[in-house]
Design a protein around this ligand. Sequence first.
Ligand code: 5CA
Length: 404
Amino acid sequence: MKLSEYFLPLIKENPQEAQIVSHRLMLRAGMIRQLNSGIYNWLPLGLNVLKKVENIVREEMDKIANEILMPTMQPAELWQESGRYEAYGKEMLRIKDRHDRDMLFGPTAEEVVTDMFRGGCKSYKDLPKVLYNIQWKFRDEVRPRFGVMRGREFFMKDSYSFDIDEEAAKVTYFKHHAAYLKIFERMGMKAIPVRANTGPIGGDLSHEFHIVANTGESALYYTDDYSYAMADEMHIPEKAPTGVKEARGIEVGHIFYFGTKYTDAMKVKVQGKDGKELVPHMGSYGIGVSRVVAAIIEASHDDNGIIWPEHVAPYRVGLINIKPGDAACDKICNEAYERLPSCLYDDKEGSAGAKFAAMDLIGLPWQIAVGPRLAANGNVELKNRKTGEKQELSLEAAIGKLYS
Ligand code: 5CA
């Protein structure tokens, strides 16, 4: 992608409304723009990262679940059936259609998926089933804040499992637990699973997954093997295990086992092996995909801007033409642009200082800068965004280093 053709509205100064670093940097780097309180436009650079995160989640989920797509709009009846329509309170955005029927913008999808399941599965032979989707949710949060970290509209991966009994359901639960650790590891993040409260989702077994970041909202206490791990709202027992470590974290995922809470309320039964009816046991498992983008920035930035881990970086290389119009610079840059598979090319007029600052701000893992002095010798400057390490070498050698 050439910067001259890219919609990347950068902001030099720190935006007044942003209180945390990821919100500041997402605005400054032209990733998002607020449309309304807690509702954001995702601009090309932001959407690129959102999709990278989404794809990692999808690849790992596809190993344990079936992808579906459920609508954002849901009928109130299903929530009346489960008993959550009133209980969910003001966070639910309620809407009437032209026939005066009560609808809502889904804050989560236990009811919809349970209804779908009961229409399609009738026997123990149909179990287990794990269904997931990656879809926009709406929660009318009292205090939307910190940009996409706590939005009203946000992008979530939500899976739902149906098993014949508690034991089988817990196997599915721990498959999600393992998949989540893999997902965050692939993003280059350290994530800690902590025991959690279940809130309005219900049930008695639940873990939150926190990405470790110094600026995180939650205080985490854990042992190295995570056999003991708690977040701030939980009580630390007086006799905490020795060697409990402390960190700050951001909740990016939450998994729940809640037995037959919804299948009972919505009268879901399948035929058991012995011919008797059985009520499937369920779990639900969320990842805040849009929140993850902000959490990665909280975990990986410096004073100059974002530092993308390789696997979620919007582009791998930022190519800087320090003097567009200079024949030698243009020649090397054009060749580099053709040969680099994932490259954002700054081909615009501008001061070298501003160009370097912009590239640092958007945080691509590698920078290749080409100025007249280097270009005259057929060389480029390769910089690692994270370490700041710079090296002068031929374009050939730089490409070799990046893609060997
Ligand atoms: N039904 C369950 C699991 S699918 C559920 O909704 N769980 S949840 O409420 O914990 O949400 C799942 C994840 O969505 C959270 O871990 C968090 O990462 C993300 N999330 C929740 N609320 C918001 C919000 N207002 N803005 C951004 N992300 C959010």
